[in-house]
Design a protein. Sequence first.
Length: 740
Amino acid sequence: MNKKNLFSILLMPLILILYSCATTGNVATVPKSDVNVSERPVIESIDVFDNQIRVKVSKPFEYTIYKPGDPFTAVVELPGVDAGSFQEKIIPNREGITEINPVTVSEPTPSTELKVLLQRPSNLVPEKNGNLLILNVEKEEEAPVPAEEVAGNETVAGEEVPVENIEDQNKPVDAGEAVETPLEEAVESKGVPAITGIEFERVKDGVKVVIVGDSPIKPDVLPLENRIVLDFKGVEMKAETPKEVAYPLKGIRWGKHNGKTRIVLDLMGEATYNVAAINNTVVVSLSGPGLVRPIAGGEAGSKMEAQEKEKALPQKKDEALAFAEGKYRGKRISLDFQDADIIPIFRLFSDVSGYNIVISPKVKGKITMKLVNVPWDQALDLVLRTNNLGQQMEGNIIRIAPNKDLAKESEAKAKARAAMVNAKPLATKIFNINYAGVDRIKEVINKSKLLSSRGSLTTDERASVIIVNDVDDTFPKVQSLIDKIDRPELQVRQVLIEARIVEVNTNYVRDLGIQWGASGNTTDFQLSAGGTGQVGGPGFTGNNFIVNMPAAIQQGSGAAIGIGYLNAARTLALDLQLSALERTGKGKVVSNPRIITMNNTAAKITQGKTIYVPVATSDKTDVKAIDANLTLDVTPSIAPGGAILLKLKVSKDEPGDIVAGNISINRNNVETTTLINSGDTVVIGGIYKKSNITSDDGVPWLSKIPILGLLFKHKSVSENTSEILIFITPKVIKYELPKK
């Protein structure tokens, strides 16, 4: 027993040592990968249904959905998510979805992109439920098709049509062979979109089939075994198919099927394809196995957009100018980002716009935004401003960097330019001035700041030259400015200004008077009436008038009629005299000053006389000169359109009445600015004055008696009218330069 116990005691440590070694060996055989398990979310499943994709991830994740230039492609970006076992292309053969291509991206952060190729232009509408992302395929709204085109076309877009409807499986097909309808029998419908050309192109990495329409066209794509079917709904065929094709393309055929134009691309075998629709062009890119790598979704569309933009270079320049000015005219896009890195977003803008984008290494940041149907250049501007970034555009290249770096670069460039200017030697050049004044040219050059900090400018009016002392780079700028200003058509033009001052005066005077008297002589009674005046000569009464109110007639104006009565006994005598005056006067005075002057040069013409008026002071009498002149003061300016801007001052002063030995001056002045076409006449001012004066003189009370009161009153009527008008007619005088 003792020996057995001793053996047991010795055996126990040995067993413990062996067990320990066995445990250590098991740990060593555990795969290293099982110990360092990745903490990144992993895609567990991708399930595809009709018009729906379900992506399940092992852990919470973020996502971003965007559409590049190709309307048949959508990209789902999963930042920080590992693709797991999904490394190959998925062809689900489901409605609305052609294929799903998982792509692993390592920079700037490891992530996975699901590039979804759609059967028709569609949108992916996301729904997230925990770690499950549901992507619903919703067809984009299209323009309504006429009822006659829709009738009978109940085939669902993209549905698999029996092959017998397209071709006989065992029948060899030559390139260009028609399927059902010959080209000659294609129906031409007014207002219906049509395919006008089909071209075949060989490219470095495969072949391209370019389908061109007379308006925007979008196909429904149906990939079948060894062929690709393109259905164009409501589109007519007016093009011929290419007669020669190359690998991997076997032939191109077309026909009418259920109201659609169907184009079939027969393939020699397995091939990778990509369909991009841009405006009125559809590009099908094909590459066979062994030629190139598969074309990623949206890549062909981006390349095609770049080609289209290169063809429309003027439009691109306008777009670049509009972007620089803050006016957005780019193609409209929709974006949905959640805490996404901005570097891939800038790459997206490059694909959409066709511009090359260079990003500074200092550019970092994330952004969350959702934009629907906005111009790409506006979206880019928003991303830049949000992250305090700026852009510089050079041709078709956009450089993106932090604003402070761009500011430092601009400052450094300015300093470098200044240093280069300071290092250059000074030179002197003389510029001849032919038509404009040297002082005016000097003023324009100084205000334009064309000279460098070391430059100087002097003038010589006698020789009509400008002398510039500066670096050589300044001289072409000065010469260009002088050539634009010192032109004969701007300086040599002259203007003839003609003024007409018309004065019209009209006066009318009517004067009625009466004189009458009586005398009598009897034995017991004697009557007489005294008066003055001898308008019509003495009557029987010997100019003795009871009422003496004659008209103011003079020699050669007016008239008087006298009536007298004397009885036979010469004891009673009556005398009556009527006098009347009517005078009408009309006068018209036309003053017509003219003057010629250079463009933008003041001119003045004066005609009149000087009147000297005595002025009495306390100790002596002086003489004061007063001008009574007709003056035209004008400055013309010829506008670029040919009209003439006139600054006018017209005055007409003339002597007036003399009151108490002092003469008065009648003044008529107008000062204005007006715009007139050459050769036109306008009235720039006028004065109209009219006065009516009526006076009655009579014997009190007796002159108020009706009818009888006419024997006791005198009436005078006076009307005066004066009018003055000023007319201006400018005319540009063409000056012909002497022939050299």
